[in-house]
Design a protein around this ligand. Structure first.
Ligand SMILES: NC(=O)c1ccc[n+]([C@@H]2O[C@H](COP(=O)([O-])OP(=O)(O)OC[C@H]3O[C@@H](n4cnc5c(N)ncnc54)[C@H](O)[C@@H]3O)[C@@H](O)[C@H]2O)c1
Length: 367
């Protein structure tokens, strides 16, 4: 209805819900958005409304979703993953667009049901694995790859290993659900791999992704977990993948992600081709926002360094800003519906290959 204020409904009032709320003033209509939040935990609700006074707060999301929808309503599902499917499907059925936190779902069946619900309701479903798309560094690399400057691509290395950064232990120790596969869907891969795969897919535009081999482990360390906490998730994963591109080329990808390792810390994201290579700082807070291109000049290696600028909005604010832009019909890094499903299928294929020791393949056309 003309004149109605846009409404944003947050389901879950924990850590990431606050980050989404901080994005609202950055929306073009941010000053007039009506914010509501639902969380069964009274302490989480009280702490949220103390930080964001004026927010309508309820214990049960159903109280919000039962209200008649307006065309531009957005629901943000910001709960642990085991609740994503049911809350997302309910929110879509209520006639609202949904931005769902990552990982999109627990398994492929859930993700398929969510995307089918979005299509059936003619609403958009975005997932937050796009959080690191559109950074000035990665956008520059995307242009370099798309222009063919590197020649035929030969190999991609995506390695991010840190000694101790397990969510639920070293970071956010109060949210131990991250450690329990029945609530989180998995360990470091579900937590971080979703960003890695969405970024790789965005850069390489594969029509098919093969997981040739994969392994995952949970490095042993001293632990001081509260009694009764389930910790059955792997915190280090490695894989050898092949990205098949529309032009028939195949790009091998060496992948590793560790939130705990006894080996050395390493962070390298690099694309190599026959005529050059590019490596870059792909996270907001890693390095100084650098893109390094190496080529050959008269038989000698030549390196050029670029600083394409810092992102305008911080990582946790970007998914809502991008989704809202997409809903307004503007260019956007948001990934929705089939794109989100394809990325999640690749994520799950990697996890399943690591668990079973068997290779997996995902075709983009299936999503
Ligand atoms: N913590 C991070 O750094 C981070 C970053 C990006 C994305 N995420 C993702 O955001 C989601 C939430 O993570 P978080 O870090 O905010 O967790 P959190 O533990 O801080 O908060 C989760 C909240 O969900 C609430 N909740 C549980 N059941 C609910 C229900 N039925 N209805 C409404 N609320 C309910 C809990 O009471 C809790 O307040 C996860 O999917 C996570 O992967 C987290």
């Amino acid at each position: 209805m003309p004149g109605d204020r846009q409404r944003i409904y947050l389901i879950g009032a924990g850590y990431i819900a606050r980050e989404h709320a901080l994005a609202i003033p950055m929306l073009p209509n941010g000053a007039t958005v009506e914010l509501a939040v639902a969380d069964p935990d009274p302490a989480a609700l009280a702490s949220f409304t103390e930080r964001f006074p004026g927010t309508r707060a309820v214990a049960d999301a159903e109280e919000l979703l039962a209200e008649p929808a307006r065309p531009d309503d957005i629901v943000i599902v910001a709960t642990p993953p085991f609740l994503h499917r049911d809350l997302t499907i309910r929110a879509l059925a209520s006639g609202r667009h949904v931005l769902c936190e990552k990982p999109l779902a627990m398994d492929v069946g859930e993700a398929e049901a969510m995307v089918a619900a979005a299509r059936g309701a003619r609403r958009s479903l975005a997932d937050c694995s796009s959080r690191f798309l559109g950074l000035p560094t990665t956008s520059m690399v995307r242009e370099i790859v798309a222009a063919g400057d590197l020649g035929p691509l030969t190999q991609v290395t995506f390695v991010h290993r840190v000694h101790r950064f397990r969510t639920g232990i070293d970071f956010m120790p109060g949210s131990t659900w991250f450690l329990d596969s029945r609530r989180s869907g998995g360990g470091v891969l579900m937590d971080w791999g979703c960003y890695d795969l969405t970024t790789l897919i965005d850069l390489l535009r594969p029509v098919r992704v093969d997981v040739a081999t994969a392994w995952s482990v949970n490095p042993e360390t001293a632990l001081d977990l509260p009694p009764g906490v389930v910790f059955d998730t792997d915190q280090q994963i490695g894989a050898s993948l092949v990205f098949h591109r529309a032009d028939g080329s195949r790009v091998p990808v060496i992948y590793e992600r560790a939130a705990a390792t006894h080996g050395g810390e390493r962070q390298i994201v690099e694309i190599e081709g026959l005529r050059g290579a590019v490596r870059w700082d792909w996270l907001d807070w890693v390095g100084d926002g650098r893109v390094t291109v190496t080529t050959d000049r008269d038989g000698q290696p030549a390196e050029s360094t670029h600083h394409p600028g810092r992102p305008v909005a911080a990582a946790h604010q970007r998914p809502l800003l991008a989704f809202a832009a997409r809903l307004r019909g503007e260019p956007s890094e948001s990934i929705v519906d089939g794109q989100a499903l394809f990325s999640f299928r690749c994520l799950r294929a990697l996890q399943d290959a690591a668990t079973t020791g068997q290779p997996r393949s995902v075709e983009s056309g299936d999503s």
